[in-house]
Design a protein. Structure first.
Length: 282
């Protein structure tokens, strides 16, 4: 299927158009969140999910008409979005990937709303100090959340990776933040440090040993939102730890995208409520 064919399959709306791109993409809650925002504010935007495989972003975006205003970008396209854009923000460059493309007069601008979205999500649930933290996993999301933790004051971050040799790119992205020290160790059996433990690994990788090791953290940040709760999230709730969910992150980063795409502040409450209803129906 050509990029033009994929564009034609997106149902047109009554006004300007936006979408989330990725592969796979059917599971994405982004259409639910953004459409709820449009409904709340009475905007005539359309927002859809479009499957775009790795290597296909430039061709697809290049085929879009002028009615397309903004694109949310998820795996495996975040690096491609960074390379494709005419303009790249400092935070997207720092994170090594973009989750947002916005049409400008000169082309497409790439940004990363995961980073400020993670800052907002953490601060919504926890107002204490962040001097150090542990992140389970070492992919693109780990890089964005790690940089958010550095913005909140963390000077040391430990990456626990199932394959430490594959964590170099994320560790390098974090190390670009001035004054941030990063160490990478194997996921199995490693000690956790800091006030915040972030999990970017699947639920089936969350062993009893990992759950026990996370028990001393003030905050558990579980970026997975489906299935919910994960073993780590359930343990955090039982222990009374502050819990930041993947939906918290998704909503906060979507609110920022919404403003970039439409010029209106995203209605956080309406978008979160829509996400919660959608998850309950799954």
């Amino acid at each position: 299927m050509t990029s033009a064919d994929r564009a034609a399959r997106v149902q047109p709306g009554t006004g300007l158009r936006c979408a989330v791109l990725g592969d796979p993409i059917a599971h994405s809650l982004s259409p639910v969140l953004h459409r709820a925002g449009y409904d709340a504010l009475g905007l005539g935007f359309a927002y859809d999910a479009v499957q775009v495989p790795a290597g296909g972003l430039a061709s697809f975006v290049g085929s879009l008409g002028e009615e397309w205003r903004g694109l949310s970008v998820t795996a495996p396209l975040k690096r491609e979005a960074l390379d494709f854009a005419t303009l790249v923000t400092d935070r997207a460059e720092l994170a090594g990937g973009a989750n947002t493309l916005v049409r400008t007069e000169d082309g497409w601008s790439a940004d990363n709303t995961d980073l400020p979205g993670a800052v907002a999500a953490i601060r919504e649930r926890y107002d204490g100090p962040v001097a150090s933290a542990t992140i389970l996993g070492a992919g693109a999301t780990a890089a964005s959340v790690g940089l958010a933790l550095a913005e909140l004051g963390a000077h040391t971050i430990r990456l626990l990776a199932r394959d430490p040799s594959r964590a170099r790119e994320t560790a390098a992205a974090l190390a670009r933040h001035p004054g941030l020290e990063v160490d990478v160790v194997a996921l199995d059996g490693a000690a956790m440090v800091g006030e915040v433990v972030v999990s970017t690994v699947p639920a089936d990788a969350q062993s009893d040993q990992l759950l026990a090791a996370a028990s001393q953290a003030a905050v558990v940040f579980e970026v997975v939102y489906d299935p919910w709760p994960t073993p780590l999230a359930a343990a955090a709730m039982e222990r009374g730890q502050a819990l930041v969910s993947g939906l918290d992150l998704l909503v906060h980063q979507a609110v920022l995208q919404f403003a970039m795409f439409t010029g209106h502040n995203g209605p956080l409450g309406a978008m979160r409520s829509a996400g919660l209803r959608a998850l309950a129906d799954r």
